[in-house]
Design a protein around this ligand. Structure first.
Ligand SMILES: *Cc1c(COP(=O)(O)O)cnc(C)c1O
Length: 859
């Protein structure tokens, strides 16, 4: 009320209500106690025995509460529990599931191998725990489940969001509405994380002029514990409570606050909980602050310098980058970044400028880049598919001047998906029958999957039909509920429902509506599309789903366009857009459709995982050769759009790709599906399904993925980091001291003489030998500390230099500071090459060259 309008002279005295908390426990009788235990560990998500149990209790409530067993158990009536207590069948199932669970947990009481601390901004474990938005999160969620299954000693850290990511509804015009539902933390599988003394753990993070206090929650994912930090409580100001409200919401400043909480707070949380992990895995740059917080800890507790602590921290950190374009990497503007992080350099014994350079390649840059920070503090860096590994080299190359892109020590581990989460129960049954009872614990033996060839065609085709039917029923239900809610014309609903056909070749396309994913491709020529879907003998239907980020207008327009097309008379019931793509819908679609389609602009799909979920269900993949499909595609096991880019102009490329898609559909896909043998089985199609399961699927599980991380990163880094830390960080100190010495002398290193005996002339003869000697004033360093090599390159048509060979020289003799190196250059194939000499620091304990980025090119 405005001043001056106040009419009461005296404020009335109003007693504030005093709320007293009461907790009414659910009715769950003692005999049914195992249900509560099962509901509190996400193990139930990927174990059908437990899932079926909850569904059995009350199928209707189970659907209403969106498969949240905690809510279910609260809502089931006392009478129903009384019935269940007497239901022998149910009790048998319950005890069986409880026994499986107990055995599972018992087998994971003591674990071997290094302890991994895994950090991610999001985790997609189940739709009822809204702390994920899409691919990145679901990957992290799958990874935790696999870590538990594979008995990997892993602990994870993330944020608990009050609202998470949005729920999508579409209005009559196909416009996307974003709804955020608050999560009640008592209704989701989180519990207060307690320290050894039984106190609820909280951590403090410094913000400008104040301290944020975050509570720590614990989620159990089988044997893996996931700790979630939450700022939304009374100890924080209103504004700061917002920090953990939304995933990828708010502005860049809120993102910085979140990342400070995740990185700085996450390490503090693990410390308070008594963890001292061996290897830290930074899933995407969001959590890169873990590196500086750990360095600060070592400086304080072990009395190390920044340089020494950095050796120890980098040795034990793996950084996985998921983003294929520079603009996609998180970065914060200088002014804001300094406002928030100004207090930190002092903890590291650095001045601001030194600290700032951890996130930059040149000091003039106006943003601090989180991927640069993560790269600078991680000895292991990887992309998420073979192609993306190379793409990441291009993205990060500015950090390693003096080295050529292809030389960079950036590897890859191709993403995978968690078999027990994504394979249909019907497939699991077949796999157990033909692959052996132990499956999926034998999933890493790829030969086991070849037993799919022993399954009769009819059995596979029946299964595919069943899953398609199940999916169509589910879609009809979900679709008509939504359409009725938004008051669509009943005639239209009936028409669409009537036309959807469980026997029709069904193609699924569901993903985030980002422009590079090119969902529009299929709609470039509506006449062509209409011809394909309306072929009277061989029809095709498409099911679309996916969200667009609330700030992405182009993505939302695309959804709107698809909805509009789907209402045109010729596309009704042929093109369907189902709203609110979530894990459950993904599962139904990936198991039920015949083809999963993906049409990204290459190479922007770093990996993609949805197609991997499809292939383990015998869903054939049809995609651009990008991300995982570069490695996955095989002839007669799906379809691929060629990798070559024909046009520079994107629009032309899109046109060409669209035509190619129509063509492949009409010429190859449709005939393979509709040509049937005498038993009405499409032999060729089933052959493709078998090839897919035998030869493609086994390579894209999280089982394979976690093994790759162990072999390529965790185990080698653990071994090395033990050495770095041994004897009170002796090697860390040695390396830091040596690097400082080399750095101080490097610039004054000077070439005295390059002696090309017999001459590398403009014309060299293949097979001949050309001895070379190079003498350098090493400024007091030795042969053993400075290597010299010749780098021979070939220039490609496009102007790119490709390395043909590098040849390290042998140290010869030193006179005073001047040391000579010699080698023999012997060309072994003809062509036109360039060569140059390069000096680099050498130490046997370096993990790789780019760990110490000093390079001097000489000529
Ligand atoms: C698997 C999955 C994704 C990621 O799929 P991409 O192939 O990477 O686009 C996104 N959302 C949901 C719901 C998923 O299940």
């Amino acid at each position: 009320m405005e001043k001056g309008k106040v009419r009461f002279i005296q404020n009335p005295v109003i007693e504030e209500p005093v709320w007293k908390r009461i907790i009414v426990d659910s009715n769950l009788p003692k005999t049914l106690e195992p249900l509560r235990i099962l509901s509190r560990n996400l193990w139930w998500v990927w174990n059908t025995e437990a899932r079926e149990l909850f569904q059995y209790i009350d199928a209707e409530i189970w659907e209403e509460c969106e498969h949240n067993p905690i809510v279910l158990l609260d809502r089931v009536s006392y009478n129903r529990y009384r019935e269940l207590e007497k239901d022998e069948h149910f009790l048998g199932k319950m005890h069986y599931a409880a026994e499986l669970f107990n055995n599972y947990m018992e087998a994971r009481k003591t674990l071997e191998g290094p302890e991994i601390a895994y950090f991610s901004m999001e985790y997609g474990l189940h739709d009822s725990l809204k702390i994920f938005s899409g691919g990145l999160g679901i990957l992290a969620g799958d990874y935790l489940k696999e870590a538990s299954d594979s008995k990997v000693n892993l602990v994870a850290v993330g944020l608990l969001y009050r609202y998470g990511y949005f729920k999508q509804t579409l209005n009559l015009h196909g416009e996307q509405m974003a709804n955020y539902d608050a999560q009640q933390f008592s209704k989701i599988p989180v519990q207060p994380a307690l320290d050894a003394a039984g106190n609820w753990v909280s951590v403090e993070v410094e913000y400008p002029g104040r301290t944020l206090i975050a509570r720590v929650w614990q989620t159990n994912v089988g044997s893996v514990k996931l700790y979630l930090l939450d700022a939304d409580h009374h100890d924080n100001s209103e504004a700061d409570r917002f920090v953990t409200h939304h995933l990828y919401g708010g502005d860049n400043e809120n993102r910085l606050k979140q990342e400070m909480l995740l990185g700085l707070g996450g390490i503090k949380a693990l410390n308070k909980l008594g963890y001292n992990s061996d290897v830290y895995h930074c899933n995407e740059g969001h959590a890169a602050f873990i590196g500086i917080e750990r360095i600060a800890g070592l400086i304080q507790n072990e009395n190390l310098t920044f340089a020494e602590a950095k050796e120890a921290v980098s040795a034990s950190t793996v950084f996985t980058t998921h983003t294929p374009v520079p603009a996609g990497h998180d970065s914060f503007h200088n002014d804001m970044f300094r406002h928030y992080m100004n207090f930190f350099p002092a903890k590291l014994g650095l001045v601001w400028e030194e600290f700032d350079m951890l996130g930059k390649t040149r000091k003039e840059e106006d943003h601090f880049n989180m991927s640069y920070l993560a790269s600078n503090l991680s000895h292991g860096i990887n992309g998420v598919s073979m192609l993306h590994g190379d793409v990441s080299k291009a993205v990060l190359k500015d950090l390693y001047k003096g080295y050529m892109e292809e030389e960079l020590e950036i590897g890859y581990v191709t993403n995978g998906v968690h078999y027990p989460t994504w394979a249909a129960q019907e497939w699991k049954d077949i796999h157990k029958k033909y692959f052996g009872e132990e499956f999926p614990s034998t999933q890493l033996n790829f030969d086991v999957w070849k037993n799919i060839y022993n399954v009769p065609d009819a059995e596979i085709w029946e299964l595919r039909k069943k899953l398609r039917q199940k999916m169509i029923n589910y879609i009809k239900q979900r679709f008509s509920d939504n359409w009725i809610k938004r008051s669509e014309n009943p005639k239209l609903i009936t028409e669409v429902m009537g036309k959807l056909n469980p026997n029709t070749l069904t193609i699924g396309f569901a993903r985030r509506f980002a422009t590079y994913k090119r969902a529009h491709l299929l709609f470039r020529n509506l006449d062509n599309l209409s011809k394909i879907v309306n072929n009277p003998d061989r029809p095709v239907q498409f099911i679309f789903a996916g969200k667009a980020h609330p700030a992405d207008k182009a993505g939302q327009d695309l959804i709107k366009h698809i909805v509009e097309v789907s209402k045109m008379p010729e596309f009704r019931g042929k093109i369907l857009f189902v709203q609110n793509y979530d894990m459950n819908l993904a599962k139904m679609l990936l198991q039920g459709v015949d083809i999963w389609m993906n049409t990204p602009t290459r190479p922007l799909e770093a990996s993609g995982t949805s197609g991997e979920k499809g292939v383990m269900n015998g869903t054939l993949h049809f995609s651009v050769l990008d991300g995982w499909w570069v490695e996955g595609y095989q002839k007669n096991a799906g379809w691929a759009l060629p990798a070559e880019r024909t046009y520079d102009v994107q629009d032309f490329q899109d046109e060409l790709d669209a035509e190619t898609i129509y063509d492949i559909l009409e010429q190859e896909v449709v005939p393979a599906y509709y040509e049937r043998n005498s038993q009405d089985i499409p032999e060729k199609w089933v052959g493709f399904v078998k090839n897919t399961i035998a030869n493609v699927a086994p390579h894209f599980t999280t089982g394979r993925m976690i093994k790759d991380y162990q072999d390529r990163y965790y185990n080698p880094q653990f071994d090395r980091s033990k050495k770095v830390k041994a004897d009170s960080f002796k090697l860390a100190k040695e390396l830091a001291e040596w690097k400082a010495k080399v750095a101080s002398k490097w610039d004054a290193i000077e070439v005295k003489k390059i002696e090309i005996i017999d001459g590398i002339t403009h014309k060299m003869v293949m097979g001949d030998k050309y001895p070379v000697r190079v003498c350098v004033d090493l400024n007091g360093l030795t042969h053993n500390e400075v290597g010299l090599e010749v780098v021979i390159t070939e220039t490609e048509d496009g102007g790119n230099e490709n390395i043909v060979a590098t040849l390290e020289f042998e140290g010869e003799k030193c006179e005073g500071n001047v040391c000579c190196y010699k080698s023999i250059v012997a060309p072994d194939h003809p062509g036109s090459f360039s060569y140059s000499f390069r000096l680099f620091p050498k130490h046997e304990a370096l993990p790789h060259r780019q760990d110490f980025k000093y390079v001097k090119w000489i000529s």
